[in-house]
Design a protein around this ligand. Sequence first.
Ligand code: FE2
Length: 380
Amino acid sequence: MHTFKSVKIIDDGKSIILQRADGKALRYHSTWLRDNALDPKTRDTKNGQRLITLSDIPIDTSIKSAILDSKGENISLTFFPELKKVSFSTNWLQMYAYDLEKKFLKGWVSTDFKIWKSDMAKNIPNIDYKNAKSDNTLLLKWMKSLYKYGFAKIRGGNKESGAIIQIANLIGYIRETNYGKFFEVRTEINAVNLAYTNLGLQAHTDNPYRDPTPTIQILYCIENSASGGDSKVVDGFKAAILLKEENPEYFDLLSRYCARFEYNEDGKTHLQSRRPMIELSPDGEIIAIRFNNRSAAPITDVPYNDMENYYKAYRKFSEIINNPSMAINFKLKPGEGFVTDNTRVLHARTAYSGEGTRWLQGCYVDKDGLLSKIHTISEK
Ligand code: FE2
């Protein structure tokens, strides 16, 4: 953190400007400062939640006085017309600075994430189930990698039905769906989903027809003696960046227009969604990928004049995703599983056949649980 030299009131008290020792300056608005006051009447001292609403703050709130202490560590403010006194540490103000030059170019990836291609195969985060259970430091390291790369493996689990729940409980809370708390991925007669056959499956994100889409997916192996049935994962954010580099117009089409996804199981379950294949935040960050040929519904939100190019963009995106240089390939052994951030990383499997059996189970977990666990273990 930088030290501060001075504070000055500007724009008739509508803002303050803090002068940093390194020459940079940061501005803060009076309403922003008043709304984020850290005193016990504004913020609950136990849970930190805000006790006031915006209507409790006068519309003409301004700063009457601003004093920086001699060490440059704290700023005392008096707000007009309330005559309320609040102090902020300069560290806190720097942590939440917003007067920064940011370039909001369309299609950026957060620095929290590290995007990858097949060369990541050499250092896939992997943990032994027993270590994950008994050693919080190892678990934390593994969960942080899972968040950063959107993918991680686990080994040494129990080779029995339902063991996947134990894996899920390591990182968060199960999200139950119409497929149950967890689902069977093995060949079934009259399968309700192509995943429950021996067909190969193109790289996809799971269940884009849900709203919201499941955020973490776990696939866990109980038996795998059939020939084939290898797994594959691809970083969808990397694929989106490559699409943008190759053809910005294609990237724009897939992020600007909604695709549609649907799953309809004999009147028992009927799920539909309308979301783009590449989802951006309002300031252009890539926040989610939805890609699933099996559950793509007719696209009706692309105007006639753009549809031809939209399909070209869709095809190009698919080619990038299916390029062998993008994929990490592996075959799960009994007691092994892998976890993906399903809003980002796609998974695939090759067809399988032969004498043996292939029995996997899958489930979904909410990503907020993973993040909460990362924060709480880190804070300890
Ligand atoms: Fe899947």
